[in-house]
Design a protein around this ligand. Sequence first.
Ligand code: 15L
Length: 274
Amino acid sequence: MTQPDAPTTPHFRRLLLTGAAGALGQLLRARLQAHCDTLRLSDIAPLGEAGPGEELMPAALEDADAVHALLAGVDAVVHLGGVATEQPWAPILQANIIGVYHLYEAARRQGVKRIVFASSNHVTGFYRQDEVIDTRAPMRPDGLYGVSKAFGENLSRLYFDRHGIETVCVRIGSCFPEPKDRRMLATWLSADDLERLVIACLSAPVAGHTVIYGLSDNHTTWWDNRLAAHLGYRPHDSSEPFRAAALARQPVLDTTDPVVVFQGGGFVRIGPFE
Ligand code: 15L
């Protein structure tokens, strides 16, 4: 486990982690434990046995009553739950549109004041790889999944403006053990930096409504996070040690291929539009 950068990070009574059975959920399950007395874990997929300090509450995000129960008594939420790739409209609608609405309504009614929302770089996937953008750039989703994350970002802004619920929307890049290809040299987020980022989002004294790209300290980058400097996130890792291997896997680049042209990579051409 890494040491968070903040000099003092708050200790929470109860944190809720949704999507706890997914790849990033499993990474954070072990790492958030140190920051709370009780870690409430939720997913629709099996969560295994509850460990010390863990509380298992399986719930489908489209089930309003279940989501309301999920948020009872929690200090803050790390919301990874929902569809995390391009998929048909029906599952995206249920989990990422209806489900995220239930989550924010539950937060309002249960008095939860901070949410870390796992958004995605696919909210802006149709910017080109030869552009550097910050979070003031208009959204340019590269598929229905990206549109659903844009909805979540906008919904969370409404709940901040109307109800004061703070959200950090993390437009996660590519969080894998190592960058799989040339694109991920720019989008890579290490597991340790993911932990640093989530802890920064949870513990920043003032978060307001902030959007930040989730990436490591990569030499190649398309995203400028200066507008989220107040969160105090400092990545320690870099994709650079993986550069030679990633480039060797793609010796020839077709620079007319949309996958090579746009930041969203392969996401720009998958989806329901065949
Ligand atoms: C995402 O949003 C996905 O959840 C993840 O599986 C990766 O594909 C990532 O984007 C990416 O852009 O590499």
